[in-house]
Design a protein around this ligand. Structure first.
Ligand code: PGA
Length: 250
């Protein structure tokens, strides 16, 4: 069964106590009155989880993290475990964002371990996949995203029905260059087929699009049959833009 769409903001390494308060208050005010037809979350830097959790209280806005350790606990300086995120009421954790794959050397198997760690604590991993411009131009888009998703499918077993996938072409992230709705739909359909081959509940797995989604292009992307929401970077930092994207979702 199709769930409502999911619009998730990815703040990346942006924010401050004052800026977060203004932003979240504006988003919560915009959602009040049950206006949103979709599910809405913000994935915030770890130090702000407690702040944003309390700002979201009593609202429809859900809390997400941007990463999670693949380890349970112990000597992993700088890492944050899924158990810790769970204590802060985190519902979603982005795993395998291209910035983590690129700047932190995260392999497909590390990303898969992170997805499994999140699921073990009732946290929905938002598993990011996507090709670079060079890979697209070499005709490798389908094989790259298939390989990235396959690692997660192999690792999570029955948890597959509880993941969210985000297709984020690397060349579209933060560049203002969006995949066309047709380009995105083509990849989403391939990801859906791959999920269907692995679980009977594939149609309930949300596949988000991410990469320069904004107030102007959201509606046409979100109208595609296999696009179930968006992972929004830059436009999630401005409440009016984020709310316009939410209004375009169903
Ligand atoms: P963008 O980022 O919307 O700023 O392109 C999306 C993302 O990286 O998740």
């Amino acid at each position: 069964m199709k769930k409502s769409q999911l619009i998730a903001g990815n703040w990346k390494m942006n924010g401050s106590l004052a800026a977060n308060e203004a932003l979240v208050r504006a988003v919560v005010a915009g959602l009040a009155g049950g206006g949103a037809a979709c599910r809405v979350a913000v994935c915030v830097p770890s130090p702000y989880l407690a702040q944003v959790r309390s700002l979201c209280e009593g609202s429809a806005l859900e809390l997400g993290a941007q990463d999670v350790s693949r380890h349970g606990q112990g000597a992993y300086t700088g890492e944050v475990s899924a158990a810790m995120l769970e204590e802060f009421g985190v519902r979603y954790a982005i795993v395998g964002h291209s910035e983590r794959r690129q700047y932190h050397g995260e392999s497909d198997s590390v990303v898969a371990d992170k997805a499994r760690a999140a699921l073990a604590h009732g946290i929905t991993p938002i598993v990011c996949v996507g090709e670079t411009l060079a890979e697209r131009e070499a005709g490798q888009t389908a094989s790259v995203v298939r390989r990235q998703l396959a690692a997660v499918i192999d690792a999570v077993g029955d948890g597959l029905a509880r993941i969210v996938v985000a297709y984020e072409p690397v060349w579209a992230i933060g560049t203002g260059r969006t995949a066309t709705p047709e380009q995105a739909q083509q990849v989403h359909a391939a990801l859906r087929a791959q999920l269907r081959a692995a679980t009977a509940q594939a149609d309930g797995v949300a596949i988000l699009y991410g990469g320069s989604m904004n107030a102007a292009n959201a509606a046409s992307l979100l109208a595609q049959p296999d696009i179930d929401g968006g992972l929004i970077g830059g436009a999630s930092l401005k409440a009016p833009d984020f709310l316009q994207i939410i209004a375009a979702a169903h």
